[in-house]
Design a protein around this ligand. Structure first.
Ligand code: ADP
Length: 403
C-alpha cells in the first residue's frame, strides 16, 4: 500500500524544447530538473539533474525526433534514478499552457473537451498552444491513468476589468476574432504577488503590488488585493515592455507603414517585431549581462538600448501606480529583475515623490531569497522576489488532484 501520491511532474513544452521538473509536494522539494532542446534536429540535447540523489548533471546529445521521443527520453532518465513515470507516487502531471483565452480562469483537469478548447485558441497562440497540446497528448499516452492538469499563463489575468481587457476597436470585429487583452506570465505574476505579500507579513488581500517580470520576455502587472487588474501583454506577448527580442508597445501604424513602404509581408513584420526587435534590435544583444558589459566599456548603442528599456519600464510603473491609486510594493522578478541591480535602480530613479526608492547597499546584495531593496521606512516597498513558475504549477496541480 502506498500512501497518497505526492509527486508532480511539471512539463513546459515549447515548439522545439521540453523543460521539466519533478517535485514532491509533501515538502515542496525538487527531485529532478531537466531540459530537452532542439527536438527534431540532429543535435538534440538532453540535460538532466537528479537532485533527489545528489547526482551530477547528465548531458547527452543525440537525435530526438519529436516530443514523444523527448518525453520517453525524460522518462528513461527519471527511471535511472528510481523516479520513473510508472511510479505510484506520481499524483499528477502539470502542464504549462500558454493561452487559455477567457474561458480558463483556473487550473483545469485535462479532458478531451479541454484539449479541444486549447486547440480552438491556436489562432491567438499559433506558436505556443500546438506545442502545449503535443506535450499533453504525449504525456497522456505514457500515463493514461494519471490526472493531467493544465495551468494557463493567462488565467491570473482573467480578473482584469473590461476597461483594461478591451482594445478600443469595433466591438463586433473584436469579439468575432477573440481580440482582447489576455496577458501572459500569469503563473509568475500570481506567485510573485503572493510572495511579496508574505515578505511584507501581510495577506495578499491586504496589499496592492506592481509586479515586474523581466526575463527574456517581460511583462508588468497591477495586482489589487491578490487580483490582477491590468497587465502589459495583450492579445499576444508582443505588447508592453521592451523585451529581449520583442518591441513591446508601438504605434500599430508602423505595421501598415512597413507593409506599404518596405514591401514586407505580414510574416516578415511578425518576425521583425517578435524576434529582431527589443534589445537585440536596438543594440544586437538581448542578454542584459552583455549589455551592461558593453555600457561599462563605453558602448553608446548599448547605453541607448538600456535607456529605452528603462524608460518604458518606468512608464509602466507610473501607469500602474495610477491604476492602483495606492501601491504597497513594487516587485522585480525573473532573469533581469532578479539579477540586474542597475535596471532596478534606474527604473525607480526619480520616483521619490511617489514614495519609491532603492537603497544602493541592499540593491547590490545577491541572494536567492525574496528581499527588500527599498530604504528603511520607505512608503512603498521595493522588493526582489525570485519567481518559481514550476513550483506554482506543481502547487496548483496538486491542490486540484488531491482536493
Ligand atoms: P526567460 O524569459 O527565457 O524565462 P529568464 O527569466 O531566465 O528568461 O531571463 C533571462 C534573461 O535574464 C537573460 O536574457 C539575461 O538578460 C537576464 N539575466 C540573467 N542573469 C543575469 C545577470 N546576472 N545579470 C543581468 N541579467 C541577467
Amino acid at each position: 500500500m502506498t500512501a497518497n501520491p505526492t509527486r508532480v511532474l511539471v512539463l513546459n513544452s515549447g515548439s522545439s524544447s521540453v523543460k521539466y521538473q519533478l517535485l514532491d509536494m509533501a515538502d515542496r522539494s525538487r527531485l529532478a530538473v531537466g531540459l530537452v532542446e532542439r527536438i527534431g534536429e540532429e543535435t538534440s540535447r538532453l540535460a538532466h539533474t537528479p537532485l533527489a540523489t545528489g547526482g551530477a548533471k547528465r548531458e547527452r546529445e543525440e537525435p530526438i525526433a519529436d516530443h514523444e521521443a523527448a518525453l520517453q527520453a525524460v522518462a528513461r532518465e527519471l527511471a535511472a534514478d528510481g523516479l520513473g513515470l510508472d511510479s505510484p507516487e506520481l499524483a499528477a502531471i502539470g502542464h504549462r499552457v500558454v493561452h487559455g483565452g477567457k474561458k480558463f480562469t483556473e487550473p483545469t483537469v485535462i479532458t478531451d473537451e479541454v484539449v479541444a478548447e486549447i486547440e480552438r485558441l491556436i489562432p491567438v497562440a499559433p506558436l505556443h498552444n500546438p506545442a502545449n497540446i503535443t506535450g499533453i497528448r504525449t504525456a497522456q499516452a505514457l500515463r493514461p491513468d494519471l490526472p493531467q492538469v493544465a495551468v494557463f499563463d493567462t488565467a491570473f489575468h482573467t480578473t482584469m476589468p473590461e476597461s483594461a481587457a478591451r482594445y478600443a476597436i469595433d466591438v463586433e470585429t473584436a469579439d468575432a476574432h477573440r481580440i482582447r487583452r489576455y496577458g501572459f506570465h500569469g503563473t509568475s505574476h500570481a506567485y510573485v504577488s503572493r510572495e511579496t505579500a508574505r515578505l511584507l507579513g501581510k495577506d495578499p488581500s491586504e496589499v496592492n503590488v506592481i509586479v515586474l517580470h523581466l526575463g527574456n520576455g517581460a511583462s508588468a502587472s497591477a495586482v489589487r488585493g491578490g487580483r490582477c487588474v491590468d497587465t502589459s501583454m495583450g492579445l499576444t506577448p508582443l505588447e508592453g515592455l521592451v523585451m529581449g527580442t520583442r518591441s513591446g508597445d508601438l504605434d500599430p501604424a508602423v505595421i501598415f507603414h512597413l507593409a506599404r513602404n518596405a514591401g514586407m509581408s505580414v510574416d516578415e513584420i511578425d518576425s521583425l517585431l517578435n524576434k529582431k526587435s527589443g534589445l537585440i534590435g536596438l543594440c544586437g544583444d538581448n542578454d542584459m549581462r552583455e549589455i551592461r558589459r558593453r555600457i561599462d566599456a563605453g558602448d553608446e548603442k548599448a547605453a541607448l538600448a538600456f535607456e529605452i528599456y528603462v524608460h518604458r519600464l518606468k512608464k509602466y510603473i507610473g501607469a500602474y501606480y495610477a491604476v492602483l491609486g495606492k501601491v504597497d510594493a513594487v516587485a522585480f522578478t525573473a532573469g533581469v529583475g532578479e539579477n540586474a541591480a542597475p535596471v532596478r535602480e534606474a527604473a525607480v530613479a526619480g520616483l521619490e515623490e511617489l514614495g519609491l526608492a532603492v537603497d544602493a547597499g541592499r540593491n547590490a546584495v545577491r541572494a536567492d531569497e525574496p528581499r527588500l531593496i527599498s530604504p528603511e521606512h520607505a512608503r512603498v516597498a521595493v522588493a526582489v522576489v525570485p519567481t518559481d513558475e514550476e513550483l506554482e504549477i506543481a502547487t496548483q496541480s496538486y491542490a486540484l488532484v488531491s482536493a
